[in-house]
Design a protein around this ligand. Structure first.
Ligand code: DGJ
Length: 378
């Protein structure tokens, strides 16, 4: 009898000890754990970006419904923080519309919003990937909204395809006149034949979309040191990236753009600049499932862009640690850098939960440099 009781006591003690150390085993919020905001709920902004303004951080992103329908967008949500760790929900800064026929009518898909500040107009400008209600992912449009204040509300301005009728830098009509006809050749309808790949590189899908404008799906906005801003997006059926410069007020494209990594199937573009070099980290195209990140660098935003090996290192590197990038946030203060191992930038990524997108987790990894190239270690 005595023996049994002492065994139970030992068990109880062990259990207590285990419970005491348990929290240290739980994943920290920035490393894919549940990230509870001040309302006690997991932070429901995904695919977004952060703006630092006068001591406050504004975290914008896709707000998804909790009802289990994977694609249901509520709109663009905002959380604010004073320390990058504790966040307060500020609700929807651009909700989907109740107005029938609106481009952002409820049922549409709003993804990967990025908000930037335009010093000339003193407006906050939001760009996002928009798919129209009932059309799956076929519309492939950008959307723009604007606000006088970072906390919104943002006013939806318009949506569209990119640079209709426009030719990218280094491309010309004579080089591509035959390409429209190529689309009709049956052998080129077989994807991934060497001939098909060659014609993709030559711009077969680019030419297909010339009149109506280029497709724009996964995207980011990069603002350069000189204030010029660029829309970086997956185009041409997600096969080719494009980088299009914005007008000075950030409210439209200015017509200058390039095609990057034609036929390379890149999504989730993220861009940063360090010591005059532009770095871009992207993913492959596997829906919501993670894959290996890709990396490119260039001395000019319009290229040429050179592809480098996967920047991820260590266990899980072949799947970006289960995540997909959304934004690279520059760390400017000593306190910010201390939070991320002294790094100058942090790679923000989403661990998607396609069954419940609102529950998708956040993975923020410092961008460190090894042998002169960016490295991501979880
Ligand atoms: C991968 C993209 O990166 C996401 O933003 C989303 O569009 C999914 N594909 C949809 O399958």
């Amino acid at each position: 009898m005595f023996k049994t009781i002492s065994m139970n006591k030992t068990h109880a003690l062990f259990l207590l000890l285990l419970l005491a150390v348990m929290p240290s085993f739980a994943q920290p919020p920035m490393q894919g754990g549940e990230w509870k905001a001040s309302d006690g709920k997991h932070v429901n902004v995904h695919g977004g970006n952060i703006l630092a303004l006068g001591g406050t951080y504004y975290w914008y992103g896709e707000a998804r419904s909790h009802d289990g329908k994977p694609y249901s967008s509520l709109g663009v949500g905002l959380y604010t923080s004073k320390d990058l760790l504790h966040w307060t929900s500020r609700g929807l800064v651009l909700p989907v519309s109740r107005e029938a026929g609106s481009d952002i009518e409820g049922g549409c898909i709003m993804e990967r919003p990025k908000v930037v500040y335009n010093a000339r107009t003193r407006k906050y400008v939001m760009w996002f990937h928009l798919e129209l209600k009932g059309q799956g992912y076929d519309a492939a449009r950008y959307g723009i909204a604007t606000s006088d204040t970072p906390a919104g509300p943002f006013r939806f301005v318009r949506s569209g395809r990119v640079n209709p009728g426009g030719w990218p830098i280094g491309f010309s009509l004579p080089d591509t006149t035959d390409l429209r006809h190529q689309l009709l050749f049956p052998e080129l309808k077989a994807w991934w034949t060497p001939e098909w790949r060659t014609q993709i590189e030559r711009g077969m899908f680019f030419v297909r979309d010339l009149e109506g404008g280029q497709m724009a799906r996964d995207m980011t906005i990069f603002v350069d040191d000189d204030g010029k801003a660029y829309h970086v997006y997956s185009s041409e059926d997600n096969l080719t990236l494009q980088i299009a410069q914005l007008a000075d007020d950030y409210m439209s494209h200015n017509g200058s753009f390039v095609r990057v990594a034609a036929g390379g199937q890149n999504e989730a573009p993220t861009v940063f600049k360090k010591d005059g070099v532009y770095w871009m980290i992207t993913s492959g195209c596997t829906g919501w499932a993670p894959n290996a990140a890709r990396m490119f660098c260039a001395k000019n935003i319009f290229g040429p862009w050179k592809q480098l090996p996967n920047p991820c290192r260590g266990e899980g590197a072949d799947k970006t640690f289960g995540a997909q990038g959304t934004y690279i946030f520059e760390l400017t203060t000593g306190r910010e850098r201390k939070l991320f191992k002294g790094a100058g930038h942090v790679f923000m990524a989403d661990i998607w939960n396609p069954e419940h997108l609102s529950e998708s987790r956040h993975l923020w990894i410092p961008v460190t440099f090894e042998d002169g190239v960016p490295v991501l270690r979880k």
